[in-house]
Design a protein around this ligand. Structure first.
Ligand code: URP
Ligand code: ZN
Ligand code: ZN
Length: 474
């Protein structure tokens, strides 16, 4: 007797969509094929629905002290919101300051995440390259944390890695089959521009985006890739927003460099016109939102394989935190000062709906591509495949059932995070997750959360060396 049988759905992988049943025993997928209802303790009829491996969120910042703020969700709340969006595993970053041990901080972060209802993992973070910090890379990789994040900006916040740190982390990561992850923005370009805006006394939301233009990102992107080529390591660039950076990536791929590029759904669906609005500060994130033209470049990058991953870069701050250091004008409008606004926006719950709707329903990409971009490729590159990222016998029974006909108008009421606004308010999506199953347990059904606080487990990761030696995840 199986614990669960899911009948009649279309099971999606990167390379196929097959109508078949799924049998689940305990936490694992037991088999794919044809099963009779009498073989399962519970039987779910998924007729007409698509069944994808649970979404993996490898890029979020929850309960992360940054620019004087912490975030609106606890890890448990974050996991509930994530689960409503089909997410069955998420990863956050170690909190790091100068002098901290990256290894100790990564383990501390994993402990904070124990209350999650879904599985979780942690990325290390580097802000300096002391011999002690660099030595931690090996310890982290051995522990099952083979990914290490660095920021090329945020110098004033004390979390920027300088070029020397990047090189040293790249070298050491290479020696332990690790993968550095880089936030590419030139601190020099951003800070020089911000200083000019300060002198001109115009720190409007619109000027935030102008201070961090495409070239601010593209210069740092190219520098990181040259460092990568010099050292010969694998590299992952997070939240890429523009065609110029993608052209650098294409050149790198042409040389065979294992450079993995992530983008986020907000860069595909929201644009810099939001900064013209009174509440434009709610859309302040780094890199900034760009133009529809750049979004089309990103879609091309998704189609041609230049971009292999998506991540929401979820930073769920409510209005109170986004506005914490702002003042108002006598007429009640904001005294606009983007230097006083915490960077980041919410998005973990809507990554899959947006990729399904803007991608599949609008005919830009296939559902198989969405499977890659939200799950399979992420499991592969971050080192938890085939435990995660695939519906196959022996894999964790992390599953999301999707109704491609379901239409939803996004709003704060529809979502399950702890904030009082939704930047996608009124956005129509077609294609939505209707059931989320984490390690065999139905955790979201009929819009209701049925999971359990603390049920998530820490997932130890190890990256397939093939993915680190050459570009591609096959
Ligand atoms: O604006 C953003 N993305 N804030 C979070 C930190 C980061 O840059 O990833
Ligand atoms: Zn970032
Ligand atoms: Zn981020």
């Amino acid at each position: 007797m199986y614990d669960l049988i899911i009948k009649n759905g279309y099971v999606v992988s990167p390379s196929s969509t097959v109508k078949c049943d799924i049998a689940v025993s305990g936490k694992k997928i037991a088999g794919l094929g044809t099963y009779s209802g009498s073989e399962g303790k519970r039987v779910i009829d998924a007729e007409g629905k698509y069944i994808l491996p649970g979404v993996i969120e490898a890029h979020m910042h929850c309960q992360a002290p940054f620019q004087g703020c912490l975030g609106a969700n606890s890890f448990y709340e974050q996991s509930v919101s994530a689960a409503h969006g089909g997410v069955t595993m998420f990863m956050d970053f170690a909190n790091m300051g100068k002098g901290d041990s990256p290894y100790t901080q990564a383990l501390a972060r994993a402990e904070e995440m124990e209350e999650s209802a879904i599985d979780y993992s942690v990325h290390g973070k580097f802000v300096e390259s002391t011999p002690e910090a660099i030595a931690d890379i090996e310890k982290m990789a051995e522990y099952g944390i083979p990914t290490f994040k660095m920021f090329m900006t945020y110098k004033k916040e004390g979390v920027m890695s300088d070029d020397e740190t990047m090189l040293k982390v790249f070298e050491k990561a290479k020696s332990v089959n690790g993968l550095p992850m880089v936030h590419c923005e030139s601190n020099a370009i951003a800070e020089t521009n911000i200083e000019k805006c300060m002198e001109e006394n115009d720190l409007s939301w619109v000027n935030f985006a102008k201070c961090k233009p495409v070239l601010c990102e593209a210069e740092a992107f190219a520098r990181a890739v040259y460092f990568q080529e010099y050292v010969g390591n694998a590299l992952l660039v997070v939240h890429t927003t523009n065609g110029e950076a993608l052209n650098t990536a294409r050149r790198a791929h042409g040389k065979g460099l294992p450079l993995y590029v992530e983008t986020g759904p907000h860069y595909l669906t929201l644009f810099d016109d939001l900064y013209k609005g009174e509440n434009g500060h709610l859309a302040i994130c780094s890199p900034p939102l760009r133009t529809p033209k750049e979004a089309e470049e990103l879609w091309e990058g998704l189609k041609d394989g230049t971009i292999l991953l998506t991540g929401s870069d979820d930073c769920t701050f409510d209005v109170d935190e986004k506005s914490l250091f702002l003042e108002k004008n006598p007429d009640g409008t904001w005294k606009q000062d983007f230097t006083k606004v915490v960077n980041g926006m919410s998005g973990i719950e809507i990554r899959l709906p947006l990729m399904l709707s803007e991608g599949v329903s609008k005919g830009r990409i296939s559902i198989n591509k969405v499977c890659e971009l939200t799950s399979t490729n992420i499991a592969k590159i971050y080192g938890c495949y085939p435990q995660k990222g695939v519906i196959a016998p022996g894999s964790d029974a992390d599953i999301v059932i999707v109704d491609m006909d379901k239409e939803v108008t996004l709003s704060k009421e529809v979502l399950h995070n702890n904030i009082s606004y939704c930047l996608h308010d009124g956005f129509q999506v077609k294609g939505y997750p209707v059931m989320t199953i984490a390690k065999g347990d139905v955790i979201v059904e009929d819009g209701e959360f049925k999971g359990e606080k603390g049920k998530g487990e820490f997932i130890k990761r190890k990256i397939n060396p093939d993915y680190l030696e050459r570009y591609g995840l096959n």
